[in-house]
Ligand binder design. Sequence first.
Ligand SMILES: *Cc1c(COP(=O)(O)O)cnc(C)c1O
Length: 394
Amino acid sequence: MERKFKFATQCVHAGEKPDPVFGAHTTPIFQTSTFIFDSVEQGASRFAEEEDGYVYTRIPPNTPTHAVLSEKFAALEGGEAGQTFASGMAAITAVALTALKKGDHLVSTDVVYGCTYSLFSEILPGLGIDVTFVDTTDAENVRKVLRPETKMVFLETPANPTLNVCDIRMISGLAKAQGAICVVDNTFSTPYFQKPLLLGADISLSSCTKYIGGHADLLGGIIVCDKAFLKNLAKVAGYTGGTMGLHEAWLCIRGLKTLHIRMERHAENALKVANFLESHPAVEWVRYPGLSSHPQHEIAKKQMSGYGGMLSFGVKDGIDAGSKLMNSVRLCSLAVSLGATDTLIQHPASMTHACVPKEVRGKVGITDGLVRLSIGIEDPEDIIADLKQALEKI
Ligand SMILES: *Cc1c(COP(=O)(O)O)cnc(C)c1O
């Protein structure tokens, strides 16, 4: 009987298939837009979905390179099936279009990635979909807004950029009881630290642009779900495009082979930086799910096996001091995005979350003084020394 491999072994081996033609050791890039059929009959049965196989690169399962990535990532999330996309936003859009139609209701975490907020607040209502944003750190708030038309509950935990954490098991139970699916944006944790499907969620999605690619050199998105949802999702993926590029798929396969090692180091460094910032007199507050001062630290402890590489903090003299700090870093890069090997610093209120209206930002805690850090895998002493010298400049 085949033994189920541990996570690190799955990162390296899951989904990989030796090339049957030339024996290439790594998964080849099948740089093609179309596939040759043996016969008219075979082409017809592939289109009728009576036979598995490849048809055209836009149509799932796209190409064997994409299929290896989907299978590897589904194994890591503990799910049945995966589907790749050109970006995290293409993935989120496809999930929304698959699960929701006119007259349906969506409940979403109030602190989400900026473009997710804009998609939900500006585009979906125009399609006749009603959207309610709630503070999901208290599951009771979700219970209060669920109604018979609610078809999807969308969570982001830990959330970008406040690091709010919500209880996936409890909220997915509430969603299920109402006949809604629960979707989790797992970009911040990756399946190394959190497996939403094993906590009761129906769908886990990630921006591959971040920790999955892991080197800040590609755009991609991926969804893991059951086979029934995948069937409908694949239609939306095929009809709307948003196909992940071949080279990106290959880079994601390569990135995942070191996911477990990188995440461990990101988290180790982040905790050290969080402790340093918490003890610095110029720092007013620090948010990192691994700190006991985090308001949802107990929930985080219950559902995460580690706390990731993202943290946010505020400096005492507000945004002017924060700007001075961000303009004074030397090792850290002033850049949006996250999950890179190097440490990135940015200002959500004027950058990633500038598209969220100011009054909404204020309400959900994306204050003007909030600075976000994506901690890299450098030596932690060098990261801390850089932040220390920058804090001295404010
Ligand atoms: C970056 C990000 C996205 C969007 O992903 P793209 O690949 O940039 O489209 C969605 N959710 C979270 C939490 C992100 O950080």
